[in-house]
Write a protein that binds this ligand. Structure first.
Ligand SMILES: Cc1cc2nc3c(=O)[nH]c(=O)nc-3n(C[C@H](O)[C@H](O)[C@H](O)COP(=O)(O)OP(=O)(O)OC[C@H]3O[C@@H](n4cnc5c(N)ncnc54)[C@H](O)[C@@H]3O)c2cc1C
Length: 326
């Protein structure tokens, strides 16, 4: 489909071998998921069936090795799907977390037994994954989390609560950040893979945007988790999260850029269609200049600095300065 105003633009990381995957993903979001957008927004979460459908099409776990049911690709393949999802405006499926984050933790830190137990289900969409770090009293300050896991024979007993958890309402498997030793700060943090049920779910959170996206609270009251569900070593959870966070930021970046491109495209299309003072909005010089500047920002091409009207926003000024420094 030609992109009005941004014809021929593709993200620099998009390679010809990604074309078929991008087309498949786009068709799935547009034809299968978006027609349910209003209902998803009303209920506050997508349908489980859409995860299974995505799994059948091979759109889940693209970077997971084939031995565990994945696509055997790399992060670039995950990025293609996330880019297409954001670009189509589909905002219900929590794929950024499910495929972009959860499977990555299991591949990186899971034992052979853990990989074989959870990855195939996450790749078919029979299991839905989430990650639970944030708590009512700890977000940016991850070390401040209070959810604790105490040993009870071969098991852990988990007590605490999590909030803002993407996929929390539908998730079957949650990678949970817990304190296994409250006296050791970051070194007392561990990751437990929790197979949760309805008793663990709290409210679906009512947000100012992303209405169709499942964001929920989770609760644990002496919740029993087998010791074999410890992901990585005890006390290594904080380091694991710090290692994975750059990929999480990249996931957000890919989706944010795609959404921005789409916003510019829609605006240009509207400006061509809408008439004011006897001509389409795009026929007015100022509209064209503003849209040209926004297109530059959306595609990462340098703005036309000769134009006095193409004033960078504060954000882009800062990023230009940062680029110059690095
Ligand atoms: C839609 C959505 C989905 C989410 N999904 C998940 C998920 O799946 N799993 C999960 O674990 N979490 C999730 N989160 C939570 C997200 O990771 C947190 O919101 C984020 O870590 C920030 O934490 P906070 O909201 O507690 O803000 P706070 O940490 O309380 O920060 C509040 C404000 O203080 C500022 N601030 C923080 N630290 C400092 C500092 N040192 N110096 C100066 N200012 C500071 C921040 O910039 C911010 O403006 C989600 C959030 C949203 C909105």
């Amino acid at each position: 489909m030609p992109t009005p105003g941004l014809e021929g633009y593709t993200p620099p990381w998009h390679k010809p071998e990604h074309d078929d995957l991008a087309e498949l993903a786009r068709a799935f979001f547009v034809n299968e998921v978006l027609p349910h957008a209003t209902r998803h927004a009303q209920q506050g979460h997508p349908d489980r069936a859409h995860y299974r459908q995505a799994g059948e099409l091979g759109l889940l776990g693209l970077s997971v090795p084939e031995a565990y049911g994945g696509g055997g690709g790399n992060f670039g393949h995950e990025a293609v799907v996330l880019h297409e999802q954001a670009h189509t405006g589909e905002g219900s499926l929590g794929l950024a977390v499910h495929s972009g984050i959860v499977t990555g933790y299991l591949v990186a830190y899971g034992t052979e037994e853990q990989k074989r137990r959870w990855l195939p289900g996450l790749c078919t969409g029979e299991l839905i994954g989430a990650i639970g770090m944030t708590e009512p009293g700890g977000g940016s300050d991850l070390q401040a989390i209070r959810t604790r896991a105490t040993r009870d024979g071969d098991d852990y007993l988990v007590t605490g609560s999590k909030t803002f958890i993407t996929n929390g309402y539908l998730a079957d498997v949650v990678i949970l950040a817990v304190k296994t030793d409250s006296s050791r700060g970051a070194k007392g943090m561990s990751l437990l893979v929790c197979e949760i049920g309805d008793a663990n779910r709290g409210r679906l959170l009512d947000k100012i945007g992303l209405h169709a996206n499942d964001t929920a609270e989770l609760f644990f009251d002496e919740f029993r988790v087998p010791g074999k569900n410890l992901l990585g070593d005890e006390g290594e959870g904080f380091v694991a999260m710090m290692r994975q966070l750059p990929q999480e930021r990249l996931v957000i970046g890919v989706s944010a850029v795609a959404a921005m491109q789409r916003a510019v495209e829609l605006t240009i299309a509207y400006a061509k269609e809408r008439t004011a003072f006897g001509k389409p909005l795009i026929g007015h010089q100022n509209t064209r200049m503003v849209l040209a500047c926004r297109s530059s920002a959306a595609t990462g091409t340098p703005p036309n600095t000769r134009s006095p009207r193409c004033t960078p926003t504060r954000g882009s000024r800062r990023s230009t300065a940062a680029r110059t420094r690095s």
